[in-house]
Design a protein around this ligand. Structure first.
Ligand SMILES: Nc1ncnc2c1ncn2[C@@H]1O[C@H](COP(=O)(O)OP(=O)(O)OP(=O)(O)O)[C@@H](O)[C@H]1O
Ligand SMILES: [Mg+2]
Length: 366
């Protein structure tokens, strides 16, 4: 799995059956710098896109193959013993309202390099059935985190954030809340040179500018009813620049250091509010919230979420038996398992699709 944060690739080896999913190992590889830049650039229209996209997709497949090899070695498992790789690919455009969503990938190359069957292209079948193609994780979240006696909310904080609402005896609901780490990462990198604000320490020393926050929350996305999904198509550097400019602030590394931290704190509060407003509105009865994704490691973000959800037990997915950086990768292993077994992977109530569909396409290794 490589998500909208563009931080790199997380992989898990998982054992999956009808009864559940257990992760047996985890590996992470950062993107080579050139690949990260190429992928970031492909999120917005540019020249020679077909060539750039094909080249980046090959680069991705090579990183995925290295990660698979590393994982198999660490877990002492042979490629022949692995049923399938679920490879989501890298989202570079997400426009379900226009009938498409694009994940760069080269599953044939990954099958060739790894010697393992690959299941890829999970989102297009749901979009073809009128859905958003996202989020695809609610069914997996339900299989791992649902409880028979109470509503559980799963909060995934990647580049964007999404929630799954798991009610006893009901289909799970889920949608993207808004920006998660993407804007925080962009601002942090610009001002500190670090790709993300480790543990949220830099932004924690800033003050939230309420008027800036309220203005950001005016973005129509936040009040759009589900099903809905978003990405870097909306919450990107342009969004950030426009928001700053509307408050008379031009960004740049030379800006006042305290103001830079205030912006980080305000963006962190925005990510928290996007999530907690969604929960207040759509799952007010929830008593448990399980947080996963890299945002769960940002203490300042977690503190803000906890403060805004009084009466809710907000825990890291580590405490529910699955480490925060493993959940999304495990979800796509689970979706590959669902494909191989011809089980639908989408939840129509969550994506808005006309019905349940078997997701993905198979690239046999031989
Ligand atoms: N120690 C940390 N402190 C603060 N933030 C962290 C830390 N480690 C990771 N992160 C944040 O988490 C991000 C990576 O998270 P993750 O891999 O879940 O996102 P993603 O790739 O967008 O995932 P997805 O789209 O699958 O949800 C980093 O870009 C960074 O912002
Ligand atoms: Mg990631």
């Amino acid at each position: 799995m490589s998500g909208t944060s563009l931080d790199g690739v997380d992989g898990v080896l998982a054992r999956i059956d009808e009864g559940g999913c257990a992760t047996l190992g985890h590996a992470y590889l950062p993107f080579p710098a050139g690949l990260k830049q190429a992928l970031l650039a492909l999120n917005t229209p540019g020249s020679n896109e077909l060539h750039e996209a094909a080249t980046a997709a090959q680069g991705l497949a090579v990183v995925y193959a290295h990660l698979v090899q590393r994982l198999c070695e660490a877990c002492d498992v042979l490629p022949d013993e692995v049923t399938a790789i679920g490879a989501h690919g890298q989202t570079v455009r997400h426009r379900p309202e226009l009938g498409y969503t694009i994940q760069l990938n080269q599953p044939a190359l990954l099958a060739e390099l790894s010697g393992i069957d690959v299941v890829a292209d999970f989102r297009s079948r749901d979009v073809a059935a009128g859905g958003q193609g996202a989020p695809l994780v609610p069914a997996f979240h339900q299989s791992v985190f649902a409880r028979p006696d109470r509503t559980v909310v799963v909060i995934n904080i990647g580049g964007m954030s999404n929630v799954s609402i798991l009610r006893p005896g009901a289909s799970p609901l889920g949608f993207d809340c808004g920006p998660g780490n993407a804007l925080l990462d962009a601002w942090c990198e610009l001002h500190t040179g670090q790709p993300f604000d480790a543990n949220g320490g830099w932004g924690a020393a800033g003050s939230v500018h309420e008027d800036w926050l309220l203005d950001a929350l005016q973005d129509p996305y936040f009040t759009l009813p589900p099903p809905k999904s978003t990405g870097r198509d909306l919450f990107n550097d342009r969004w950030l620049t426009h928001w700053l400019a509307s408050h008379g602030h031009t960004d740049g590394p030379q800006a006042d250091p305290q103001l830079a931290r205030d912006v980080q704190a305000t963006l962190c509060e925005l990510s928290a509010r996007a999530i907690t407003q969604a929960i207040h509105e759509h799952a007010p009865e929830a008593l448990d919230a399980v947080v996963c994704g890299g945002g769960a490691l940002n203490h300042d973000l977690m503190r803000r979420i906890r403060e805004q959800l009084p009466g809710v037990q907000v825990s890291s997915s580590d405490d529910w038996g699955m480490p925060v950086m493993q959940v999304e990768a495990a979800a796509f292993a689970w979706l590959a398992w669902a494909h191989v077994n011809r089980h639908p992977g989408n939840v129509p109530e969550a994506t808005g699709a006309r019905g349940p569909r078997v997701l993905g396409a198979l690239y046999p290794a031989r």
